[in-house]
Ligand binder design. Structure first.
Ligand SMILES: CC(=O)SCCNC(=O)CCNC(=O)[C@H](O)C(C)(C)COP(=O)(O)OP(=O)(O)OC[C@H]1O[C@@H](n2cnc3c(N)ncnc32)[C@H](O)[C@@H]1OP(=O)(O)O
Length: 395
């Protein structure tokens, strides 16, 4: 078993190089590191050591998560997980996950969340797909004149200091969104500081700045070739702001395709254009992988729809303190000793928590064990959301 411990400040560069190598990337240059060295929250980068040598790493940032009903609960944003190629499949990741989830719980964080490189890895540690997103590509699209837009759009430096404030104001209305810690914003500072080709445009309306997009144009050898814009960050306080930003993107010259890799499920760009074939929904992708670290607190913090109460049994082999039965009613959710109507693993509960799937559909797929089939319709109503949850922050 490797030894796992938090890294000191002078060890995080080696950890970052290890992580990048796990993704087949070379080390950062000194210029890049001058920025990225500030993207580590003190005490939250773990290293796994075998015979004194670092062989794996994982970090977390202190964040929070908006749950149904609008409460905001602490969440650990987990990222930069990597194990040396020559130490794989020997339990290094498992040891890192063990240490990390225990630390998250000790800090009183109710959730952990991540974006997964490979979907098969994290279910065993209690993570499930909590929110989903659309991957959208627009080619030659223009908005219909009837689409509500308005306001003004201006291009700013990626280091524009107003971006975090715009994000914080915009995200409050969206269940599933997370706080972006200062360490996350270092990505923008680095893009600006080392002249990466990241372009940022800010929208302002009657109440000031209320949205922005950030994209990277594909480089073309011939300057007369058209370009693809890869939109990697898209923040809008309202649907009208989002459409105004789309209008701006679709009007940029010498562009053959605008591709946004994470948009909310309820954004309907396809019906906002005269020719729906100019907009492709290329994929429905997993967005936030969610881990209910403290199941009683997570279930107790969200609101529920109107339906009969149901008793749900939860199994959490990686964190058995969460095991047990929970009675879920329109008013509250709490532990109980009653017989369950359904049973789920905690990773499946994560898929249901934000209504990314319905209980009925996961039961049909064999992911929910059902003792009382009548309970499924009640659970579908209890967990349903008016608007799909969406994280929209890649980390
Ligand atoms: C949140 C993020 O940062 S996502 C980025 C994740 N990092 C990467 O993808 C970088 C490249 N990959 C790696 O560095 C490593 O392969 C890791 C981190 C994915 C896995 O590390 P390992 O130390 O090999 O994992 P470990 O040996 O602890 O395996 C734990 C379990 O996961 C399984 N597992 C691990 N990786 C994979 C995989 N890629 N595919 C399928 N199963 C896997 C193991 O078989 C094992 O299964 P078990 O529970 O049945 O025993």
């Amino acid at each position: 078993m490797p030894d796992v411990r938090p890294l000191a400040a002078d060890e995080v560069r080696a950890a970052h190089t290890l992580f990048r190598a796990a993704l087949h990337r070379g080390p950062m240059s000194a210029d890049q590191w001058a920025f990225s060295g500030r993207s580590f929250e003190p005490g939250r980068t773990l290293g796994a050591f075998v015979d004194g040598r670092m062989v794996g790493t994982a970090l977390a940032w202190s964040s929070d998560l908006v749950v149904p009903g609008g409460a905001t609960l602490p969440m650990a944003a987990v990222t930069r997980v990597g194990v040396r190629t020559d130490f794989r499949r020997r339990g290094v990741l498992r040891a890192l996950m063990r240490e990390q989830v225990d630390d998250v719980a000790e800090r009183g964080e109710v959730f952990a969340g991540l974006h997964a490189t490979e979907p098969v890895i994290y279910g065993r540690f209690g993570y499930g797909v909590g929110t989903r997103a659309l991957r959208v590509a627009a080619r030659g699209a223009r908005l219909l004149p009837s689409v509500p837009t308005g306001g003004a759009v201006r291009v700013v430096d990626p280091g524009f200091p107003g971006l975090p404030g715009i994000y914080d104001r915009a995200r409050r209305s969206r269940v599933g969104s997370i706080a972006r810690p200062p360490e996350w914003w270092v990505n923008y500072e680095r893009a600006w500081g080392v002249n990466e080709n990241l372009v940022v445009a800010v929208h302002s309306g009657d109440d000031g700045d209320d949205g922005f997009v950030a994209w990277r144009p594909s480089e073309t050898a011939d300057p007369t070739d058209t370009t693809t814009l890869a939109v990697e960050d898209f923040v809008a306080a309202t649907p009208a702001v989002a459409y105004a930003l789309w209008e701006f993107l679709l009007g940029i010259d010498l562009v053959s395709c605008v591709r946004a890799f994470m948009r909310p499920l309820d954004e309907s760009l396809t019906v906002a254009v005269p020719d729906p074939r100019t907009v492709s929904i290329e994929d429905v992708v997993d967005d936030l992988w969610l881990r209910l670290v403290d199941v009683p607190a997570a279930l107790g913090a969200r609101v529920y729809g109107d339906a009969d109460p149901v008793v749900v049994e939860v199994a959490d082999p990686f964190r058995p303190g969460n095991d047990g039965c929970y009675r879920i009613t329109p008013d509250k959710a709490e532990r109980c000793d009653d017989a369950p109507a359904v049973s789920v693993g905690v990773e499946v509960l994560a898929m249901l928590y934000f209504g990314a799937w319905s209980w009925s559909s996961l039961a049909e797929a064999g992911r929910v064990t059902v003792d009382d089939p009548a309970a499924l319709a009640h659970l579908d109503r209890l967990f349903a959301l008016e608007r799909p949850a969406f994280c929209g922050t890649y980390f």
